[in-house]
Structure formats: structure tokens, C-alpha cells
Design a protein around this ligand. Sequence first.
Ligand SMILES: [Zn+2]
Length: 515
Amino acid sequence: MMRELTIGQNLDGRLEIFAIGWNDLNIDGCIYHNWQTTANGGWSGWNQLRRVRRGKKIATGRNQDGRLEVFIIGEDNVVRHIWQTAANNGWSSWAQLGPSATSGKDIAVGRNQDGRLEVFVIGMDDTIFHIWQTAANNGWSSWARLGASTDTAKKLAVGRNQNGSLHVYRIGMDDGIYHIWQTAPSNGWNTWSRLGSTSDRGKFLVTGLNQNGRQELFTIGTDNGIYRTRQTTANGGSWSSWSRLGSTSNLAKYLALGQNLDGRLELFTIGTDDTIYHFWQTAPNGVWSSQSLLGTASNKAKRLAVARHQNGRIEVCTVGTNNRVYHFTQTAANNGWTGEQAMPAKYVNMNIIAVGNFSAANWDEARLGTRRTREIYGQVGLFVDQINEYFISAADAGGYANIDSDGEAESLTDDWTVDNHALDVFFVQTYAGSTIGLSRVDGPCDKDAKGMDGSVVAIESSPEITGLVTAHEACHYLGPGHKNDGTNLMNPSVPNDGNLTESQGNDMKNHCFVS
Ligand SMILES: [Zn+2]
């Protein structure tokens, strides 16, 4: 269940996906990664990239020595980074990027010819700032503005000329497309200039390098058409006129660019109908094909990221309209494609069952509780997918709206159930004594089984407490028992920090409700 993604490649050739998790509680999510266990091979599954550092935007680069480095715009807008401590290896902790905290709206990474990474962000004032490693694999400069305070951006992209000079593109607040490039590789910059005429306007940018060294830039026009332009000479400042890619009925809302092993560029798009398409050069540096479906018309996406396996096959990862991650892979380098395949992940579904007279505030609290559960379980890469809602009317609920004993809670779960493969969470008005929730440890998936076959949670008029209790009781049902640790979700008392350990997560992921 993801929101944004990007792909890096380890020095040993293994691809690694970095993603921002999806959660409908707020716009931010945890940062996850998922790596190939061998070059060209299968995937590890989703793991959190160091605990609870949320982000809005994400980008990745590779140091000269092969260590991957990930950059995010955090939930607080601050730019942060994390890096592999050795190539193909583990990770540092998250740190603020640069000697002073800088905030931004979007982020992109380039690598200088001498190997130094350079990061570009759209600042909170809509201008572009950059920061660079002072030596390859090393520390960072201070932040500096790239251009003047009038050089504003809605979108940015980083490319590289054939000679290694970085080349940055932006869409201004006027929708015009502008560019700037290093005057020499690993060197200073010239000034921003417009790419095309005042009628050439866009809202998205991706760039790549043709086999002959000429950069090619793609945009989505303000009419949603797809347009391209190309350098007329390698490293040159002169570009062709913008021309339309595909037909006037080919519209897009998202673009990602890949390159075949033989040098042919291939553009992947999400149409305005959410369908995934691609266009490819019919020969290196050559003309472009017409638009084709990638997969079938029923494969829909919100985001795309493209990389190339060590053996040259292009990999396209998508975030579906259901927030799940899928991928397509070329069956051989420069060749055709697999169909859409689900990226392995662990999901569990939950039922909210409101017992008795439920006010609007009670519903809000039950919904917040299950969504908080989604956030908490996301820490260990267990994704709460569907949250279904049911109610037992006051007349039918009888005394079950107010639970007087654990035996009555068990009877409630025995008498009522939802006939689906999802964990039942019964929300009641009160629970006698100091108990505010009850669940069996490692409960059955046969909900007609004897004994407690759901979780019972009392509405506490405190969404935070109800969230922790819902996550705690449902966690019991999925396997884990208590853990005496005030930071852990499974501490016997609330409030706590809601943390879960990897081994608790593995226990939960092995439950029969999890698929
Ligand atoms: Zn407990």
C-alpha cells in the first residue's frame, strides 16, 4: 500500500525499490524498501527503512563507491537522507541533509561526472535549491539557490549531458519549461533559459540520453498531450522544436522513462484514464512507435518507476489505483513484456462491527482506530487493506453493547460474525472494570469455531487510546502475546508508543488471515 516510489540499483546489480507508504489518516507514510535477493531475481518483500521516518517525496542516488543513498522530503517538509554504510549492505540512520535544515516541496538527485551526488529541491518559496557532496562519497556543502528568486518551479528533473555536465529542467509557475546546465562537467552553472516558445507549456518532465549522446526531454502539455524535444547536438544548447508524441487522443498524467539495453529509449505513461501505456524508439536515436498498452486495459496505475535489471531487462513498477504495488518486466533485453504481476506483500482485512446505538462520534472513533491500526502495522510491512463496516442494531445487540465480563465478550464473538476472510473487531460502548479490550492470542480463521473468534474493543471517547487498543487486540488475534515494554504496542497497558518489533511482525504475517 504505497504512495510514491523510486528504484535504485545496488552495486551488485540488485534492484531496490524505495517507497512512501499509503495511509488515509494523513498524506504521509512510512518509508519502505524491497530489494531483489539476487541480481535479476525475486524480491524480499516490504520492510521499513529504519523506523518511523515519514515522507512526502522520495528520490535515490548511488555514490561513486556504489552505496545507495535515499533522500526524502519529510512530513515536516525537511529534506533528509539515509545511506548504505557499505555497498550492497545495511543502512545508516536518517539525518538532516546539509549543515542547516532546508524545507522543500519536491526533490531530485543527479551525479556529477566526478562521482559527487548533487541534490535539487523546490523550496517552500518555489525556487530551486541545490547541495552537493564536497568530495565523492563524502560530506555535503551548504544549500545554495540555483538561479534567481524569480526562477520558480512547480516541477523539476535532472539530466546529464553526454560529457557528464548536469542539466536541470523546471516547469515555472507560468507553466513554461526552462533549463540550466553546468558550464563544464562537475563545475559551475550558466543561467536559466526557456526551452521552446512561450506557447510551449507543460506540467511534467522526464529526460534521458539517446545512444548518440543527445538528451531527449518529455513533458505533459497543459492539454494533457505528450510532447518531446531533443538536443540537436550532444552537449549542445540547441534543441529541436517541441513535437507531439503519439496521436491527439494519447493523453497522460504521469511519465517515466527507461532505456533498452540496445540504447532505445522507452517512455511509460499513465493515461488520463489511469491505464498504463508505452512508446519506444524503433531504432537507437530513432523515431518513436505509436502508443501501446503495457499489460491490459484493466491494469491501472497512479505512479510509475522504471529501472533496468543487471541482465538488461527493463523493469516497470507501478502503484495501482488500489495503492498496491505491481510490476512488469521485459521477458528478455530489448524484448516483449510479462503481464502485470503483484509485488509480493502481506495484507490483512478487517471488519468494524458497531454494536448497539452508535453515534456519529462513535463511528469516527472506530474508523480512526482501524486506520491507526493500519499505520501501526505498516511499521512491520503488514498492510491493512480493506476495512469493512457493519453494525448490530441496538435491538439485536441486547446486552452486548455493554460488556460485563470476558465471558460475555466471548459470547458476542460466538453469536455474531461476518462471513468473510477478515478479522472481526466488535466496537462496544463500555467494558466492565479496567479492561478496554479483549482478544484471543492467535485466534482462528474459522469464525464459527468455539471460543473467542474476534476482538472486542470499548469506545473510550479518545481516538488515540481506541487506536492503540484496536491495534493491540487485533495484534493478539494475529499471534503476538504481551511484551512488557512501554514503547511496544503489546505492552499490557496504554498509552504506549505503538512500536512493533520485526519478530512480532513476522508472527503476525504468518497468521491465516494474512495473505
Ligand atoms: Zn493484551
